[in-house]
Each structure stands twice: as structure tokens, then as C-alpha cells.
Ligand binder design. Structure first.
Ligand code: G3H
Ligand code: 13P
Ligand code: ZN
Length: 330
């Protein structure tokens, strides 16, 4: 049993309160390897931003949970070494069972998500409440979810959005005791969030996806005033990076994300945490493809992972500075 407090990590409580009051959102970046972790820490130290390091079930399978936890502990020390003691949360992304959440609490995670959104409302309440009781006994904060995002979430695939029902949120928060709530208002996971047919074309010939359901968000805010909201599936899928991928041998088709101005608007509201994973994958892939295309003889991983890490850092700094508004809030 290890407490996150002994690792220099923090939970989300104070972080979200400040984000809510300050009208910004905390970046929640997924990591699976050393280069991603380095890019996140470098970017957040340089911008002086608090940060949430997210570990998904897929990341646990890929990289091993123990190793990832030690990397997060290393991130705290690395940030200090870079000259800034920024607040860092280690968060389980999309936990699906009590046992998984418990194991993360026991090994030093400071925050867990229990995603019961694919269960019935009653089962979601019961599962989330059980996780909250265990996590809170150890000072760990909990994110719950109501509503289902379209697209693939781990192994579960939903064809359509089931938007969060504002009538349920107050009851859910009261019964479960969660510290934050992920909602469904039109975002989705991955790089293909909308089909071109769902978009309109503007005067410059650029595809414009349908707007997020800010009306639902406003209703939710009325029911649970001051409560931290989380947005999953919030990558913007930068078209310049998709073009780099496709111009260097890639085949990303119809990749469309959430426009950044909509995320800026969300960050200024009760949305206190914004999850970004796909954009980081795209930034790394663009850089690696370009390196290989331009230097086909290259075989030293540092020569392609190094520039990819730099590209990732630039992307994260842009998010913090221009989208989430969390710069200088550490
Ligand atoms: O919610 C999904 C995240 O992007 C994590 O994805 O399960 O492939 O690691 P993953
Ligand atoms: P994206 O696929 O839009 O980056 O969403 C990531 C996410 O929600 C992780 O939980
Ligand atoms: Zn997610």
C-alpha cells in the first residue's frame, strides 16, 4: 500500500476548485511511455501549468501499471529538477471495475475514474458509490460519468451519443459522492469524431463540425452549481498535422475533431478537466513519419523519438496557452 501523498502527487480537489473559480481547465494528457511523459512535464513546467497524467486500461496493458506509477513519481522529481514544483495528479482513465480502481488507489494513484456509463443508472450509482467510499478513505478523488460518448471507449463501442440527462446529475452526485462528473455533450474518442456528411462547409471550403451541446452543459450547471465537469474526447485533430501524416505515407481519412474555440468556451465554464490523447498521438506520428520519409536510413530510436517528443511538447504548450487557459496557474 503506497499513498500518493508520499510520492509528491496531489488529488484533484483544490486543482478543480481553482480551475472553476479561474475559468480555465486542467489538461488531462494520457501517457504510455517515457517520451510522452517527458513532453507533458516539460510543457507544463515551461508554461507553469498544473497537470493530470492519465493512465488508461490500454496503457496499463501496454506499459505495466507499476512501471507507469514509478514514471509518475519520476515526473514529480523531473519537474522539480526542471525548476518548477507544479501540481501533478496521477489519474486512472476509464476504470471499469471496483477492483481496478482499488488497485490504483493502493499503488499510489491520486485520482481514479470509475466509468459506469455503460451500465444502467442504478448500477452506475452503486458501482460509483462503492469506489468513492474506498477512494475517499484514502484521500483519492473520483470522477464518475453519466451519458455515453459515441465511438470507441476501450472495448465498448457506441454508435450514437447518449447525451447526459440534466435531470439525473444532481441525484447522481448526491448519491455517489463523486468529486467530478464526465458528461456527454457531443465529444467522442479518437480521430474520427464526425463524418464529413455531419459537417457543413464554410466560405473557405473548410469542414465545420456540429457544435457541442452547450445548452445541455448549461442545464447541468444549473442543477449542480459549482461542481467540476469533465470533457472526454476533446482532441481537435489538427489538420496541419494530419496533412503531414498523409503527405509522408500515412492514410488518416476523414479525421475531424472538436474546434478549439469550442473547447476554450467549455474551459471558461464549469468544465475543469479536458482529456486529450488523440492529438498527442497525431503529433508524434506526424513527426516520426516525416523523419522516416526524409531519412529512410535512420534506425536510432532517439533520432525519431526525440523530434517526436519535441513536437508533442509544442502541441501540449499550445493547448495549455491557447485552449485550456491553465498557463501560470501552477
Ligand atoms: O479514452 C481513451 C483514451 O484515449 C485512451 O485510449 O485505451 O487506447 O489507451 P487507450
Ligand atoms: P481524444 O481521443 O479526443 O483525445 O480523447 C481522449 C480521452 O477522452 C481520454 O479519456
Ligand atoms: Zn475518455
Amino acid at each position: 500500500m503506497v499513498s500518493y501523498k508520499d510520492l509528491g502527487l496531489v488529488n484533484t480537489k483544490e486543482m478543480f476548485q481553482k480551475a472553476f473559480e479561474g475559468g480555465y481547465a486542467i489538461p488531462a494528457f494520457n501517457f504510455n511511455n517515457m517520451e510522452q511523459m517527458q513532453a507533458i512535464v516539460q510543457a507544463c513546467v515551461e508554461t507553469s501549468s498544473p497537470v493530470i497524467l492519465q493512465v488508461s486500461s490500454g496503457a496499463r496493458k501496454y506499459a505495466n501499471q507499476t512501471l507507469l506509477r514509478y514514471m509518475a513519481q519520476g515526473a514529480v522529481e523531473y519537474a522539480k529538477e526542471l525548476g518548477k514544483n507544479i501540481p501533478i495528479v496521477l489519474h486512472l482513465d476509464h476504470g471499469d471495475t471496483f477492483e481496478l480502481c482499488k488497485s490504483c488507489v493502493d499503488m499510489g494513484f491520486s485520482s481514479v475514474m470509475i466509468d459506469g456509463s455503460h451500465h444502467s443508472y442504478e448500477e452506475n450509482v452503486a458501482l460509483t458509490k462503492k469506489v468513492v467510499e474506498y477512494a475517499h478513505a484514502h484521500g483519492v478523488t473520483v470522477e464518475g460519468e453519466l451519458g455515453v460518448l459515441a465511438g470507441v471507449e476501450d472495448d465498448v463501442c457506441a454508435e450514437h451519443h447518449t447525451y447526459t440527462e440534466p435531470d439525473q446529475v444532481e441525484d447522481f452526485v448526491k448519491k455517489t459522492g463523486v468529486d467530478s462528473l464526465a458528461i456527454s455533450i457531443g465529444t467522442s474518442h479518437g480521430a474520427n469524431k464526425f463524418t464529413p456528411a455531419q459537417c457543413t462547409t464554410n466560405a473557405d471550403g473548410v469542414l465545420v463540425p456540429p457544435a457541442l451541446r452547450f445548452d445541455i452543459l448549461e442545464e447541468i450547471e444549473k442543477r449542480i452549481p459549482g461542481f467540476p465537469i469533465v470533457l472526454h474526447g476533446a482532441s481537435s485533430v489538427p489538420q496541419d498535422l494530419v496533412a503531414v501524416i498523409n503527405n509522408n505515407g500515412g492514410a488518416m481519412k476523414n479525421a475531424i475533431g472538436i474546434p478549439e474555440e469550442q473547447l476554450r468556451k467549455a474551459a471558461a465554464s464549469a468544465v475543469c478537466k479536458i482529456n486529450i490523447d488523440s492529438d498527442g498521438r497525431i503529433a508524434m506520428t506526424a513527426s516520426i513519419r516525416k523523419t522516416f520519409n526524409e531519412n529512410p536510413a535512420e534506425f536510432d530510436p532517439r533520432k525519431y523519438l526525440g523530434p517526436a517528443r519535441d513536437g508533442l511538447k509544442d502541441l501540449y504548450m499550445h493547448k495549455v496557452n491557447n485552449v485550456l487557459g491553465s498557463a501560470n496557474k501552477a
